[in-house]
Design a protein around this ligand. Structure first.
Ligand SMILES: *[C@@H]1O[C@H](CO)[C@@H](O)[C@H](O)[C@H]1NC(C)=O
Ligand SMILES: *[C@@H]1O[C@H](CO)[C@@H](O)[C@H](O)[C@H]1NC(C)=O
Ligand SMILES: *[C@@H]1O[C@H](CO)[C@@H](O)[C@H](O)[C@H]1NC(C)=O
Length: 462
């Protein structure tokens, strides 16, 4: 037993230690996860952390995260979790190093990203579920049947442990963001946070080119391709009346393609041509090196603004041993890090789970929802997304409070937006953006994020 005076002394010591920590700004963050510097990284003033959070002690399942503090005043800025989709693709590889992290890999090392999202937030990139990127399960059987439910549960456990490691951020505003198949991950995670009354300060979610409803999303592809001139009038007819894209996807997913649908699929692919990136129909493609010579010969315009080969450079960078060492990352049961997992067998039937109504429930419980679309994406086209959000607003009695209008960034129209229910639900397009919107329109994407985090309407003037 300790005496009263001893305990008083103890309390005094604790108060003293805490006070000094506050005064000199020492935090309790895990030193072992702190990144000294990344190989070939430009000098920066903010801190970075990376490492593992165990989500299952018995099965030794651990998720890898990369946390980038805000450039200035991190303590007063929100924490933003980012999730890429797939299912099975890496948020570190795509989100952090191709889209909106602080650095971009080039042949000559990392360069600073002028539109990094850590200008407005503390960014938390999570490779999820286990089997993606550096995240792993020591018991490999785990990979054989992963689904949305498991992913959401593991992500929740991750957050609980992560916030207890990074206590100082527990009371900051918290947002969950992501794109593509994260149209499942993000709402589902937000939903169990609300349901379990987890003590995070969840304020809102933002999802880009999200898969929300299988039929509507995939069937909007035909009209998108046709209206962008990628398929002919007659093929459009066939693609809507004879066999639509949701049916094609369903058949291929189940490994039972009918003759009629395979014929339609071939026709569509042939007209589009192989040299189109379906994730951005206007963007040039990154050609494999053996084809590059011919490509350079036929290339007429100079001065590419976007590095369309960024993904390849990221793969090279994240596979460097010195980079993995700096990130405290390890390869467990895989020979190489890859953008999308080669070992994970995700339950593809889950693609058909509609998540649109979850958005409605979140809105009802006071979580702000932003759905945005890079408008050059033919995989999850804005057409389907916009009509889904419109339908949701109608179903949940959310009136339009700001009608469809252009929004601006850097003195140009950056897209169009519509606001419902006084801002609790909003839709926005990003003009000239791909499926990975922050990759092809980094400035506009940052502008959108900033307004969303601040809860302000998007800029209306030049
Ligand atoms: C490994 O995981 C599978 C599936 O999750 C489980 O059925 C099995 O019991 C686990 N094996 C061990 C040794 O824990
Ligand atoms: C897609 O095709 C299937 C099969 O013909 C049909 O049942 C379904 O209604 C179609 N969907 C749309 C949105 O047209
Ligand atoms: C939405 O609009 C309808 C029709 O104009 C109106 O009756 C209703 O009161 C509005 N709802 C809200 C929440 O403002």
């Amino acid at each position: 037993m300790i005496s009263q005076s001893q305990s008083c002394a103890l309390i005094a010591t604790i108060i003293f230690v805490l006070a000094t920590q506050i005064i000199i700004g020492v935090n309790s963050f895990p030193e072992s996860d702190k990144i000294r510097t990344l190989p070939q990284q430009p000098k920066v003033e903010f801190q970075q952390y990376a490492g593992y959070i165990t989500v299952d002690e018995v099965q030794k399942r651990a998720l890898f995260y990369y946390f980038v503090e805000a450039e200035v005043e991190p303590a007063s800025k929100p924490v933003v979790l980012w999730l890429n989709g797939g299912p099975g693709c890496s948020s570190v590889g795509a989100g952090a190093f191709v889209e909106h992290g602080p650095f971009k890999p080039t042949e000559n090392g990392l360069i600073k990203n002028d539109y990094s999202w850590n200008k407005v937030a503390n960014m938390l990139y999570l490779e999820s579920p286990a089997g993606v990127g550096f995240s792993y399960s020591a018991n490999k059987s785990f990979y054989d049947s992963v689904n949305d439910e498991i992913t959401a549960r593991d992500n929740l456990v991750f957050l609980q442990h992560w916030f207890s490691k990074f206590q100082e951020y527990k009371n900051n505003d918290f947002f969950i963001t992501g794109e593509s198949y994260a149209g499942h991950y993000v709402p589902q995670l937000a939903q169990i946070i609300v349901q379990t009354k987890s003590k995070f300060n969840l304020k809102g979610i933002a999802i880009g080119n999200p898969l929300l409803e299988f039929n509507t999303d995939f069937n909007s592809r035909a009209e998108f391709l046709w209206s962008h001139g990628l398929i002919s009038d007659s093929t459009y007819e066939t693609f809507t009346k004879v066999c639509n894209y949701s049916q094609i996807r369903r058949e291929y997913q189940n490994g039972r393609a009918t003759i009629v649908c395979s014929r339609v699929n071939r026709l569509v692919s042939m007209e589009i041509s192989r040299y189109i990136d379906s994730y951005d129909v206007t963007l040039d493609v990154c050609l494999p090196s053996e084809k590059q010579q011919a490509y350079i010969l036929t290339q007429l315009q100079e001065g590419e603004k976007i590095d369309v080969c960024e993904e390849d450079e990221t793969i090279t960078y994240l596979n460097r041993k010195d980079v993995q060492l700096a990130l405290h990352a390890k390869l467990v049961g895989i020979p190489l890090w890859s953008t999308c997992s080669g070992i994970l067998k995700y339950d593809m039937q889950n693609l058909e789970i509609p998540t649109i109504s979850i958005l409605g429930k979140l809105v009802k419980s006071g979580v702000r929802v932003l759905v945005y679309s890079g408008d050059q994406d033919s995989v999850i086209p804005l057409l389907g997304t916009r009509s889904l959000v419109n339908g949701l607003a109608k179903d949940f009695g959310l009136n339009t409070t700001n009608s469809y209008r252009a929004w601006f960034n850097e003195r140009q129209v950056a897209g169009w937006t519509q606001i419902y229910g006084g801002g609790i639900l909003s839709f926005a397009t990003i003009r000239g953006a791909s499926h990975e919107a922050p990759f092809s329109q980094p400035g506009r994407s940052l502008g959108l994020l900033k307004a969303f985090l601040e809860g302000k309407p998007l800029p209306t003037i030049l």
